[in-house]
Every structure is written in C-alpha cells, then in structure tokens.
Design a protein around this ligand. Sequence first.
Ligand SMILES: Nc1nc2c(ncn2[C@@H]2O[C@H](COP(=O)(O)OP(=O)(O)O)[C@@H](O)[C@H]2O)c(=O)[nH]1
Ligand SMILES: [Mg+2]
Length: 312
Amino acid sequence: MDDMHRKSASEHSDQEHLRKQMERQEEMKGLIQQIARESSNIDLRIVLLGKTGSGKSSAGNTIIGDFVFKSGMSSKSITSHCQRHLTTVEDRIISVIDTPGMFDTYMSEEQLKAEIAKCVYMSAPGPHVFLLVMRLDARYTNEEKNTVKWIQENFGEEATRYTIILFTRGDQLKGQTLDDYISENNDLKALVNERGDRYHLFNNEDMKNRSQVTELLEKIEKMVKENGGQHYTNETYRKAQDEIKWEAQKQRSKGYGIKALAVIGGATVVAGTGAVAVAVAGGAGAVAAVAGRAAATVGAAVLGAAKAGLKL
Ligand SMILES: Nc1nc2c(ncn2[C@@H]2O[C@H](COP(=O)(O)OP(=O)(O)O)[C@@H](O)[C@H]2O)c(=O)[nH]1
Ligand SMILES: [Mg+2]
C-alpha cells in the first residue's frame, strides 16, 4: 500500500470510529430518556449474569412468561447487547435485564465498557438482585469461577450480598433433588455454602410452571429484606441515577412547558399576565430540552398562568 492509500485507510477508520462513538452516544441518550420516563414505577430490578449458554435469556423468558429474549445455541441467538423488559407479576412491576456473557464473548474493551454502562443505566439506581445463572449439568469450571470473580471485580465484594445463583436445566435432574445433586459436587457445595440458601433451580423448558418463578421471587424478597430493604448500589450507579433524575426533571419541565403553552395558547382571551405566560412558556418549552434553567423558567410560566387564573 502506498502512503496515500495508507493515509486514506487510516482516516477512514478514524471516521468509522467516530461514527460508532456518536452512534453509541445517541443510543445512550435515548436509553436515558426512556429510563427516566419509566424507572420510578419499578418495584424490582433483576440483572441476569453468567456465561454464554448458561441460560440467561431463557431464564429471563421464564420469569416474564413469554419469549421476549432470544435464546438458543446458534451464534445468531447469542445475546450481544443488554436488553431490558418490564413485566408485571402479582401486581408488582419487575424489570428484567438480560446481558451478553460479558466475560466470554469477544468484545473490544470499548464495546464491553459501553455494554456495562448500558446495563448500569438499565438497572439504575441499582439492581435488587444479580442472578448468577449456571447450567446445572456443567462442571463448575474455571470459567464459572471467573464469572464470580468478574462480578466481584466490576461490582465489588458487596455484590455478593445481592447475588442469587440460578441453576438452569432442572429438567435434567431426573428425579434427583437439587440438594442431593449439589452435595455430590464439592465445588458446587462450596459455592452454594458461601451464599447461605441463596440459590434456586429453573426448568426453562417448562415455562408454564409458574411456581418456580413465584418461589424465586420469594427468595429475592427474603434476600432484599435481609439487606435492609435496599437494592445494590455503588458510585457508578449513583452517578447514573443522578443523570436519570436530571433527565426526568427535564422531561417534567418540558411537559409543564407544553401543557402551559397548550392551555394558555387556548386561552388568549386572558389578558395581561396570561400573555406574558404565553411568551415565557413558549420559550421555555423549546429551551427545556437543553437548558438547566428551564425548570425555573417553566416554573415562572406556570406561576404566571396560575396568577392569570388558569388551571394547568
Ligand atoms: N433442557 C433445557 N435447556 C435449556 C434450559 N435453559 C436453557 N436451555 C437451552 O440452553 C441454550 C442456551 O440458552 P440461552 O438462554 O440462550 O443462554 P444464554 O446465552 O445464557 O442467554 C438454549 O438452547 C436453551 O434452549 C433448561 O432449563 N433446560
Ligand atoms: Mg442470551
């Protein structure tokens, strides 16, 4: 390759890199806006972690009771991005976050960081539980041990208190009880002992069996109680939550702005203060998306409208 071609190839890859970065930023912005709209109503946040093929997506589907996450052995069905799905179980809104096997799929350092960040925003202000998903029939290999290590490295020792092991492939027990099975395997026994009774078994082939889900939710609830009713959090989560709160506030003020504009706009007969409010609200509606001061400005518009005798 001559110099000119080499230069143009490197410029192209720089541009490509920049384009990808911008795409990611846009995606994050959209995600934060969505989370800001929905997150205050969620009762329980569940994050599924584990190596590829352990049954995370299937377990997510079992919890939800529908095939919302792609699952399977083929490369096409491997989860490559974090995904979040909301569901209602017994009147409680549950947010289930499926993740790619972050420690075993090939991803660039940058992609991995972006995925973790996404997962953090999706489960902000912090998950109530990390479900560490493991195949019951897989030997507890170094890879599984690495999964445990990965959680601790990324979320700290503290995360252990919020982790429940979820074994999959319960259908392969063939009459044996889970406890018998575990007692025959020293590594598994050690892993489970570290976590008290915080483990559970799913048969994802039998999605209709809802009692396995109810029992898991009971175990999660018990653990949350033991953790003083708290969800997991750390500095990264706190920062994410601040950003989400800020976005929610922006959305609210934008909503007020639009509402004020609509109401006042339809009431132009109101003289004096009303007219001022139209001007301020109109401006604020547009500015709210970008300016921090928007809330105050919209506040003034709402106040103006109130003074003019309008109900927003
Ligand atoms: N027999 C059986 N197969 C399962 C069970 N859970 C998952 N699988 C299968 O294991 C494979 C990998 O599952 P998937 O949910 O995609 O794993 P993920 O990579 O961790 O998301 C799929 O072919 C599933 O059908 C289970 O409880 N029993
Ligand atoms: Mg998956």
